[in-house]
Design a protein around this ligand. Sequence first.
Ligand code: PLP
Ligand code: TYF
Length: 394
Amino acid sequence: MLDLLSPAQQDPILSLSLAYRDDPREHKMDLGIGVYRDSHGQTPIMQAVKAAQQSLAQSQQTKAYVGLAGNENFNQAMVDLLLKGTDAYDRCAAVQTPGASGALRMLADLMNLAKPVTTVWLTDPSYVNHKPVMEAAGLTVKFYPYFNRDTKMVDTDAMLNALSQAGADDVVLLHGCCHNPTGADISLKEWEAITELANRNGFTPFVDIAYQGFGDGVEEDARGLRILADNVEEMLIATSCSKSFGLYRERTGAAIVVGKSAKEAQNAKGRILQLARSTYTMPPDHGAAIVETILTDDALTKQWRDEIEAMNTRINALREGLTAALRDRTGDGYFDFIQHHRGMFSVLGLTGEQVATLRDKHGVYAVGDSRINIAGLAERHIDRLADALVDVTR
Ligand code: PLP
Ligand code: TYF
């Protein structure tokens, strides 16, 4: 049987990490996979997470199964973080999942269960796994114009024009903040316009928010999502603790459904649990227990908020530093978009050949679509990166 299998397609981002690891050059720079790194190149465990782990090690009495929905206190904490104070708050339900990846798949399966004809509209471009996950669940995928490759910002007119064609059989996937891969986010005005289109034409918004706190702040980054939550009858949300709590390998996330009524949301939750039972059954506990511990303790919550604030302040300073270094070298504002992007990533608009030269000549590893991980850049490497970018583009 196994001999019938053709070779697997590689994940472009994970294979880049392997190539980086095997590169013997000392000055190599990994700006590929999306993990936050501090000035020393480490991806540290947050202090609030360390404290929560210690407290759990003392207090946890059992490792017996938790249940299909995972940790319900964690689920409530995720809902509070995103939806507290919105109209959707009392008509939503949440399920803990193995990362936002698990949430994406469970919600995709749910869409397929509810309406197999669903077409999911993704930003062009989008997170590498969006299309394969949606298609694996049997859904049709379509891309809508998003990134303007000249300005490196959102192409508002083209986006809204395309979305005005989406109707009742369509689900429009939006990045809650810190767009992956481009770094170009939609403005609050655009969130409002999309909300209006959803209500007028009947498509369902689906928000994937994997970087809450990495853009302008924990509350600021949820503003767009909350505009939808205040105004639409139905929406789907996939959320992640991988970046926001630095829990990457603990696989911690949640699927949230907002329905017309609490009863409808609870029913949808029941169907997600049934889908989970036939997929992974129950999510891993440790990450969710850590997040529960943090978010149900005022001091730990404050510590976590301070830490994530320090991270986004540093990312935005790196953006400014890199933009200034490029301005110095080019004498123009061509790269100013880096300063306007938000979150971990920026797509620079380089050709495949330029990305290859960055890697081969300068040891700078960027993803093939010229995405660089600003959150993986060390302050002391800014000048060298700017030199390399100028060398490959001018
Ligand atoms: N959605 C987006 C937009 C992402 O960038 C990522 C990246 O990790 C995910 C979902 C998956 O996150 P998780 O690690 O929580 O599965
Ligand atoms: O886009 C990224 O780099 C992160 C991490 O298959 C990631 O979201 C990369 C590839 C992948 C899953 C996650």
